[in-house]
Design a protein around this ligand. Structure first.
Ligand code: AMP
Ligand code: GLY
Length: 428
């Protein structure tokens, strides 16, 4: 099969790497790809991933048998719709399904209609109503820009003043069009847990739970980022919570089949908070998580081409998922200054040494080749992933591998997975 993966991050490197392992994968393209995918796939630098017509033309010219869409932007832009209309199997929901991620209001209404557990909220495009709701509910309270805001549109406000200020910012255009409607939400507490599921024709096949670390610095301090590290499975999740999250994902998958014009075919990512009243949804994403994918897919023993094609072709009963009985931890190596401004073009050394360690795989997130040398090309640069028979072993191995890699300004959290080792009480 000829397969095209859209995207350029660590998530896409991990997806492409897992697809390339399949004997069914003949030719693999990644558009635009990164310095890591260039090693084993063909990067297509000039192809704009969110231009449906351009992707379709490339797919037709290169006899592509399946397109896998990594990031949310092409999904929301309807790239899957264009491909599906031309009968090309595509892994990723169409624009309507992607609205679950593209509009928080759409997502909350979907959750409410289907009785899925989530925080109480108000969605409004009226600034005065937003301020009044904050005064009525008090702090802490969460203000969210409705649309896609690259992970920056959520302001968890500890005071009423901060929440009012966040609303003002949204309506003043700090998040562009994404902030012209706001969702104001009850502040939930507890550990977060990502539950990703393959969804096709109304059925959900859950992957192992994983946990991201969103804040930039140790101790969950500092600004929110795209994710600084992750692990899977999640030792602090109880059997009861796991069963409940799986039930919620199944309910949501069933609803996608009855409510949406075309059924949802791709990954549905449930972002849960494990509250004292049970798991509640913070959000849905319409794609794999980044960096959650980098800890989930390495544990998948099943052939990812088979799984993705079954999803893309609406044959959920053919999906078989077999997982390695292992623990995985990934640590993000970032550029100095991330998630703020940072410099690019720093020479990276030591990846071969890290990759040479047994059970270690370094996924590239923001790298590029320059004059034959691998250099930094993004905020999140590398995802150093290790697998082990125990959580501790995986964690220690990941950090050992991180120490072997150098670039100017290298920044990483040193406490990925530490709270999980300390136990549930560390979230109290
Ligand atoms: P999101 O962009 O929706 O993933 O939200 C970013 C982060 O904001 C989440 O990972 C949570 O840490 C936090 N967050 C979102 N909604 C809530 C909520 N209702 N209560 C507490 N924290 C929240
Ligand atoms: N790791 C968070 C996300 O992919 O949205």
């Amino acid at each position: 099969m000829n397969i095209l993966v859209l995207g350029s991050g660590g998530r896409e490197h991990a997806i492409a790497w897992a697809l390339a392992k399949s004997p069914k994968c003949d030719k693999l393209y990644v558009a635009p790809g990164n310095g890591g995918t260039a090693d084993f796939a063909e990067n297509v630098a000039g192809l704009a991933a969110d231009d449906g017509q351009a992707v379709l033309a490339f797919a037709q010219e290169n006899a592509i048998d399946m397109v896998v869409i990594g990031p949310e932007a092409p999904l929301v832009a309807g790239v899957a719709d264009v491909l599906r209309a031309a009968d090309i199997p595509v892994f990723g929901p169409d624009a309507q399904g992607a609205q679950l991620e593209g509009s928080k209001t759409f997502c909350k209404e979907f959750m409410m209609r289907n009785n899925l557990p989530t925080a109480e909220y108000l969605s409004t495009d009226d600034e005065a109503a937003a301020h009044a709701y904050i005064d009525e509910k008090g702090a802490p309270i969460v203000v969210k820009a409705d649309g896609l805001a690259a992970g920056k549109g959520v302001i968890v406000s500890q005071t009423v003043e901060q929440a009012h200020d966040a609303v003002k910012q949204c309506f003043e255009g700090a998040f562009g069009e994404a902030g012209s409607t706001v969702v104001i939400e009850e502040c939930l507490t507890g550990p977060e847990c990502s539950m990703l599921a393959f969804v096709s024709a109304g059925k959900a096949y859950c992957m192992a739970p994983s946990q991201d670390h969103k804040r930039a610095y140790d101790g969950d301090e500092g600004p929110n980022t795209g994710g600084m590290g992750a692990y899977s499975p999640v030792p602090i999740v109880t059997e009861e919570e796991l069963a409940r999250m799986e039930e919620v994902m199944a309910q949501a998958a069933a609803a996608t089949a009855t409510e949406f014009e075309n059924d949802y075919r791709g990954v549905l990512y449930g972002g849960f908070m494990l509250t004292p009243k049970g798991p509640k949804l913070l959000e849905y994403n319409a794609r794999f998580g980044d960096p959650e994918t980098q800890v989930v897919l390495p544990r998948l023993n099943s052939d990812l081409v088979d799984v993705m094609l079954a999803v893309a072709e609406g044959r959920p009963d053919d999906i078989e998922l077999e997982w390695a009985d292992k623990w995985t931890v990934t640590v993000v190596l970032a550029s100095a200054g991330y998630p703020g401004s940072y410099e690019k073009g720093k020479i990276i050394t030591g990846i071969e040494d890290a990759d040479a360690l047994e059970d270690v795989k370094v996924y590239h997130a923001g790298t590029a080749m320059r004059d034959g040398q691998l250099v930094t090309a993004g905020g999140r640069v590398l995802n150093v992933t290790a697998m082990g028979d125990t959580f501790q072993a995986a964690r220690e191995l990941a950090y050992k591998a991180c120490d072997l890699i150098q670039f100017e300004g290298k920044q990483n959290r040193s406490d990925i997975g530490l709270r999980a080792i300390k136990g549930r009480q560390s979230w109290d």
